[in-house]
Design a protein around this ligand. Structure first.
Ligand SMILES: [Zn+2]
Length: 144
């Protein structure tokens, strides 16, 4: 089973290789905003919202004091079962953290955000970054 750092190295090598090939082969040209959105999503997906939040992993411990927020997730999901589904696992984690963020937002502002001043394209690219990082994690788990 690959460890936390092996997952990180694998993810970043694949990410940079794909971005490099897409850019230099003129297959896809990223605007700086798109690159930032996918890079941020990929970083969060690699470092914090990984499939290994379902166990007492380094990724789980990286949450520091906030790891208490991930405790229900850890209790709900058996290690390497549905949390390690290539698509479903990432979507569940995104929904899980979204509910927590919206909950805190509601506690602070006593209402939910009405609209985001962010282009939906960047939001989709950001989510794609998280989902891609999770997919690479699952792929490495399956091949090693
Ligand atoms: Zn894993």
């Amino acid at each position: 089973m690959p460890g936390y750092n092996r997952h990180r190295i694998f993810n970043y090598i694949i990410f940079f290789a794909i971005v490099f090939v897409l850019y230099y082969k003129n297959i896809f040209s990223f605007t700086p905003g798109m690159l930032l959105a996918i890079g941020l999503g990929f970083y969060i997906g690699t470092e914090f919202l990984t499939p290994d939040l379902d166990t007492n992993s380094t990724a789980y411990k990286r949450w520091g004091r906030l790891k208490i927020l991930m405790l229900p997730y850890k209790w709900l999901f058996t290690h390497r079962k549905s949390s390690h589904d290539i698509l479903y696992g990432a979507i569940v984690r995104i929904l899980y953290i979204s509910v927590i963020i919206l909950g805190f937002y509601y506690l602070i502002f006593k209402s939910l955000p009405q609209e985001l001043d962010l282009s939906p394209v960047y939001g989709i690219i950001f989510l794609f970054g998280i989902i891609s990082a999770n997919a690479l994690h699952v792929i490495l788990d399956k091949i090693m």
